[in-house]
Design a binder for this molecule. Sequence first.
Ligand code: FAD
Length: 597
Amino acid sequence: MTVAKRTFDAVIVGAGGAGLRAALQLSEAGLKTAVLTKVFPTRSHTVAAQGGVAASLGNSTEDNWHWHMYDTVKGSDWLGDQDAIEFMCRKANEVVVELEHYGMPFDRTDNGKIYQRPFGGHSQNYGQTPVSRSCAAADRTGHAMLHALYQRNVRANTQFFVEWMALDLVRDSEGNVVGVTALEMETGEVTIFHCRATIFATGGAGRIYHSSTNAFINTGDGAGMAARAGIPLEDMEFWQFHPTGVAGAGVLITEGVRGEGGILRNASGERFMERYAPNLKDLASRDVVSRAMTTEINEGRGCGPDKDYVLLDITHLAPETIMKRLPGIREIAIQFAGVDPIKEPIPVVPTCHYQMGGIPTNYKGQVVVPKNGDPNSAVSGFYAAGECACASVHGANRLGTNSLLDLLVFGKSAGETVVEDFNSGALPLRELPADAADYSLSRMSRLESQTNGESVFDVGLEMRRTMQKHAGVFRFDDLLKEGVAKINEVAERAKRTEIKDKSKVWNTARMEALELDNLIEVAKATMVSAEARKESRGAHVRDDAPDTPETPNGRNDKEWLKHTLWYSEGNRLDYKPVNLNPLNADTKPIALAKRTY
Ligand SMILES: Cc1cc2nc3c(=O)[nH]c(=O)nc-3n(C[C@H](O)[C@H](O)[C@H](O)COP(=O)(O)OP(=O)(O)OC[C@H]3O[C@@H](n4cnc5c(N)ncnc54)[C@H](O)[C@@H]3O)c2cc1C
């Protein structure tokens, strides 16, 4: 197979919110930038974001970044790095207003300011009362945001490679990143993209689970490519289950529904969140609400013939409010649940939604790995932002609307760092190794020649079922141990996948087989990291971690206040410290405390 080569200053893999925000920074600074994407940019999963983007603008209720920082650290169950969290919360107003100036059509308050609604875990005065912090464009915030960013990139002459799938990271003998290999879907040909800076913005991997709110393209390609190239994945045991996926379908019903006044009810009509979170009730943090719902269902108070879901009730809201603020949700409820939420409550269950972990980065967007005694040594030429990255601002549990904010802040920050490094001469165009494409070509040729192999669909299904059963909302020691053995078995099978269709042009079977390789890395990282963490923290809750004064909610800070690092080679784990110090000396650290809402 011939391999073409193209050279750029920077290559960004991914055209969701994070990739587009980073691209804008580079193109406007005059760098020759290529953006590779599996789908047309505005079809990236960011387009599905409904509820909003967090910023303490204080347009509807009093607010400030200190409160936002406190909520985010507490939401992360203290696993988030406080320097990155401070950076994000302080930057929020700037990046949201900037987005507005790019043309983002936010909803408005009566006096013309950006409309803001309450969201889970966001509060005033350090956890006292809910605050309106989520800036929203009806229930289509991601859609509006992605289009505004795309149009701005067209204006800045960013060069897009649409329907190109990056395959592998290329590193030189010293470990510097010098580019990626990619498959042009239309032709089936492989090209090497040689560049000074590579930014991964490939989004999440929610498709490792059976029931997921994620798009089918969310296959963790960035994480898989990084892991295969020797970069560890951070905190992969932490997955967010969104409380309100449509029962049976998984499609998301935004938390904005509860922000607008929606209430969760069990079979007897009880507003059960009053028992679990007396202060914030239905607007407690997502992990807390998901566990409460699962407990109601497990204890027989679920609804329906199989008692396997609860109800999200907005029938008490004015129909005009629903039509104005939640039009997309009404459509989803009618199509996927068969109920009109103006008249009837929506059946919902917790559904896999978001990966808190990912490729380790610092707040500047540089990818960092342990090296020579430094746990956070930057890998030259490699950057990451968005859901595929772990900055780490979400720690063990992300607050709703903090992800769209993460895309804007760290997409911009990664772009700024690349421009700085470029201008200071710290980003030479390093030589490409002679064997740069060999690894990708060997993966492709194995698929060409494999006979009597495994079906990609069967292996994928086994992976999704294993993850759902063994690493779900609640976690049990024996199930996790079995899960590790099972997922290792599935991973062995994935090495022998076979595709029947060997054609070159737009061969979706080949793409799915290559995506499965990435999903498997993420699934292994998740299971192995989860089995090892013998405590409950944020979204990772084990039944055998007792709630005592020394271990609040089962969280064991003495032994487990540390980030997990999983290495693909050897399927092994390492750990690194959490940064409990804010970025600026005059910002007070948020002290460890029990997490209650
Ligand atoms: C249904 C839903 C609703 C949500 N609502 C909200 C919300 O209201 N507020 C909030 O803060 N968060 C929300 N989230 C989370 C948030 O939307 C995501 O975390 C975020 O949009 C991810 O953005 P991203 O830029 O990192 O990746 P994505 O938007 O997922 O984009 C990934 C990009 O990478 C490309 N790509 C991937 N692999 C490859 C490859 N191998 N080669 C080339 N290109 C590749 C894709 O083509 C795509 O362009 C929601 C998530 C979901 C699923």
